[in-house]
Design a protein around this ligand. Structure first.
Ligand code: UD1
Length: 362
């Protein structure tokens, strides 16, 4: 019997941990899963909604750290997670993705000599100004087992000198959740509520500090959005960080003037899946959405200068456009005039990644 602590902290963690915990519960004679929530995200819309949508059991332990600076947040998670590990004495701790909770909990484990596995290892943007890149690099250096989503991630790890026996190519865990919930998401009424016509609208998400904390960059993106919104309506579920910076940078009025750009509150997993799966085009600076649109064959423009997920560009529907309005608009026009794209078939992005992870732990 293996006791496994599964760590969640921020929104993009929930859909990665849910299929793993579910698979462990199915094999209850072999695994005892615990869920520890660091509380990095805490709003109902950023956290609670995902537990119910994804059938993720309520956390066994909630560390309640909340939002502060990166250093203070990382330190608070470490301080509060250490006694949990000491008390529970798990056989494994599983961390996912690249948020501050991922690195903080991995660091606690390695210092205590408790085995830690990193799910979604090996992704690299090579951009050290991204906090997530630092979290990815350091977590992969210290974790005992590295579960990678694609062969490019294995290559990155080998190039950093990580021994092959620590690396396991298991596929993309987020796609387990996507396939499991796609059918159920069709019951969502979100598109009707917003008066949207299938394949005749765009979806936008924006929350990277490099885009939303800098007025000049945010304004350049708005210029592009204004042009694109003349072609089709854009729906924008607004991350709380972005909501805050819009007010701080005094951009509310400018945004209100873009008639066809509709700001809404952040959505839960099922409503958001329903929304983007029906979209003609997605514009985003998220990492995971590049992968989800690739699997569904929806054109995606990534409003960043780089990606740690290059396979979504080489095999999928993703185009990296940065924040230059001319480049964003030109790419949008191309995407809108193209024939419908086919869903990409990437090896091991098949809905069975959780089973492969369990097989490697067991
Ligand atoms: C974090 C992750 C990022 C991930 C993103 C997904 C790190 C370094 N960043 O960024 O990789 O893509 O989550 O959402 O781990 N806030 C709320 N309610 C919440 C959470 C946040 O109001 O439930 C507000 C707070 O004002 C907070 C700000 O959003 O200061 C930013 O939150 P934080 O967790 O620091 O970073 P994210 O931008 O969400």
């Amino acid at each position: 019997m293996l006791k496994v602590i599964n760590v969640v902290g921020a929104r993009p963690n929930f859909m990665k941990v849910a299929p793993i915990v579910e698979a462990m519960k199915r094999r209850e004679r072999e695994f005892t899963p615990l869920v520890v929530h660091t509380g990095q995200h805490y709003d109902a819309a950023m956290s609670d909604a995902f537990f119910s949508d994804l059938d993720l059991p309520q956390p066994d332990v909630h560390l309640g750290v909340g939002s502060t600076s990166h250093a203070a947040q990382t330190a608070a998670i470490m301080e509060r997670f250490e006694p949990v590990v000491l008390r529970e004495q798990p056989d494994w701790v599983l961390v996912v993705g690249d948020v501050n909770s991922t690195l903080a909990c991995a660091l606690v484990c390695v210092k205590l000599g408790v085995k830690v596995a990193h799910v979604e290892a090996g992704l690299r943007s090579r951009d050290h100004t991204m906090p997530e890149e630092i979290n990815r690099l350091l977590t992969d250096q210290i974790a005992d087992l590295l579960f990678t989503p694609s062969a490019d991630a294995d290559e990155n790890l080998r190039a950093e000198g990580i021994p092959p026996e620590r690396i396991r190519l298991v596929g993309n865990i987020m796609i387990d959740s996507l396939y499991k919930h796609l059918e159920r998401s069709r019951q969502s009424r979100i598109k009707d509520q917003l008066g949207l016509v299938e394949k005749n609208y765009a979806v936008l998400t924006l929350h990277r500090p490099t885009n939303v904390d800098v007025s000049a960059v945010f304004e350049r993106i708005l210029e592009a959005l204004k042009k694109i919104s003349e072609q089709l309506p854009i729906v924008f579920p607004v991350h709380p960080r972005t909501r805050k910076t819009i007010a701080e940078l005094g951009l509310n009025e400018r945004i209100e003037k873009i008639k066809n750009l509709r700001l809404i509150d952040p959505l839960g997993y099922l409503d958001f899946l329903s929304l983007y799966s029906g979209a003609r085009l997605v514009l985003t600076d998220s990492g995971g959405i590049q992968e989800e649109t690739t699997v569904l064959g929806i054109p995606c423009l990534t409003l960043r200068e780089n990606t740690e997920r290059p396979i979504t560009v080489t095999m999928g529907t993703n185009t990296i456009v940065g924040s230059d309005p001319a480049k964003i608009t030109a790419a949008a026009i191309i995407a809108l005039n193209e024939r419908a794209k086919q869903p990409a078939s990437i090896p091991l992005w098949d809905g069975h990644t959780a089973e492969r992870i369990l097989a490697a732990l067991g």
